[in-house]
Design a protein around this ligand. Structure first.
Ligand code: F6P
Length: 371
């Protein structure tokens, strides 16, 4: 049954960007207009636009040519949580709930429902907005691929491609100089980029947040390769990896962000230890935001387009307070309650982890093959 109560919708992109956001926006605009005759408004810079009433009409002409473009034409931010919004009072900053402004802005703009595209922080806010009475549906996004209840987020495949290309390039220089190259990739809580790029790029060591590593076992792998006359090694480490009995490496704290802790720099620690113990020249590359940029891969364009189209279809079918997700090969909708608070980390019995072990890749732990 098609909802008759929705004739005008809003869309926003929140949190860190990911390649494919524009493909979602394009699909939403096209399907909303062509299939359902809706009008579409784009809110600028995530929740900031919703709180401060900054928006623009999105017509089909506005989405021409954006499919292959990285970033988001609407802008984004990982600040401006409407339920914890910084306001100055008598020279001090106080955090207040400004969600009533959102209700007012939506009413003034005659918007009946929202599509909110974002990661776990953005989706947690979406759930609260839905609980406060706003009709909406979420679309999962992050290069880290760690959103609970979906088999894949768009943006991951592009980041994986970038990281794999980096490993390929590091290989040739590592081999020429007989060096150890340590590549740090994103992945705050989950090591999907590190594991997948490490396998695709033929890394010798892969360190992920899910498996605390033992530096002695990392060094053992490099020494073993040297003995086999393999004079170079490639180590891929996720930014969220930590040593056993140690903690993650924090780069900085970002005030007012949904996720205030910014990780980064674990690769420097690992490289220093490798060089000190083995005496082998070691270099570090931190790939950083390169992984978030660039044109989305065909896989990400298709997934993002499917998510965008499905978001409108589910919204019009009355599936409110849901998030679109990939379940096997099918796009489905799942209640936001089931998504928020969870995390999609690498299961320790994942076949790909076992494959890595069987290939002789060190995961920084004792080699135990799980059947
Ligand atoms: O969530 C994706 C992610 O890329 C993380 O891996 C990384 O820690 C974080 O975003 C960095 O966010 P930013 O630098 O945009 O604040």
């Amino acid at each position: 049954m098609i909802s008759k109560n929705i004739s005008r919708i809003g869309i926003l992109t929140g949190g860190g960007d990911a390649p494919g956001l524009n493909a979602v926006i394009r699909a939403v605009v096209k399907v909303a207009i062509q299939e359902y005759g809706l009008s579409v408004v784009g809110f600028l810079n995530g929740f900031s636009g919703l709180i401060n009433n900054q928006s623009r009409e999105l017509k089909e002409s506005d989405v021409i040519g954006i499919l292959p473009r990285g970033g988001t034409i609407l802008g984004t931010t990982n600040r401006d949580n409407p339920f914890h919004f910084p306001m100055e009072k008598n020279g001090n900053i106080e955090y207040v709930d400004v969600s009533d402004r959102i209700h007012k802005n939506l009413k003034d703009l005659r918007i009946d429902a929202l599509i909110i595209v974002g990661g776990d922080g953005t989706l947690a806010i979406a759930k609260k907005l839905h609980d406060s009475g706003i009709k909406l549906i979420g679309v999962p996004k992050t290069i880290d691929n760690d959103i609970y209840s979906t088999d894949q987020t768009f943006g991951f495949d592009t980041a994986l491609t970038t990281a794999t290309e980096a490993i390929d390039k590091l290989h040739t220089t590592a081999e020429s100089h007989h060096r150890v190259m340590v590549l740090e990739v994103m992945g705050r809580n989950a090591g999907w980029i590190a594991l997948s790029a490490g396998i695709a790029g033929g890394a010798d060591v892969i360190l992920i947040p899910e498996i605390p590593y033992n530096i002695e076992l990392v060094v053992e792998k490099i020494t073993q390769r040297t003995k086999q006359d393999k004079q170079f090694s490639i180590v891929v480490v996720a930014e969220g990896a930590a040593p056993i009995h140690g903690s993650v490496t924090i780069q900085r704290l970002v005030k007012d962000s949904f996720e205030p802790v910014r990780l980064g720099g674990i690769s420097n620690k690992i490289a220093g230890e490798i060089e000190a113990i083995t005496g082998k020249e070691t270099r570090v590359t931190i790939l950083g935001h390169l992984q978030r940029g660039g044109s989305p891969t065909p896989y990400d364009r298709i997934l993002a387009t499917r998510y965008g189209a499905a978001a409108i279809n589910f919204l019009m079918a009355g599936k409110l307070g849901h998030m679109v997700c990939l379940n096997g090969t099918e796009i489905k909708a799942i209640m936001l309650d089931k998504v928020v608070g969870g995390q999609r980390r690498i299961p320790l019995d994942l076949e790909l982890l076992n494959t890595a072990r069987q290939l002789g890749i060190s995961l920084g732990q004792k080699k135990t093959v799980i059947d």
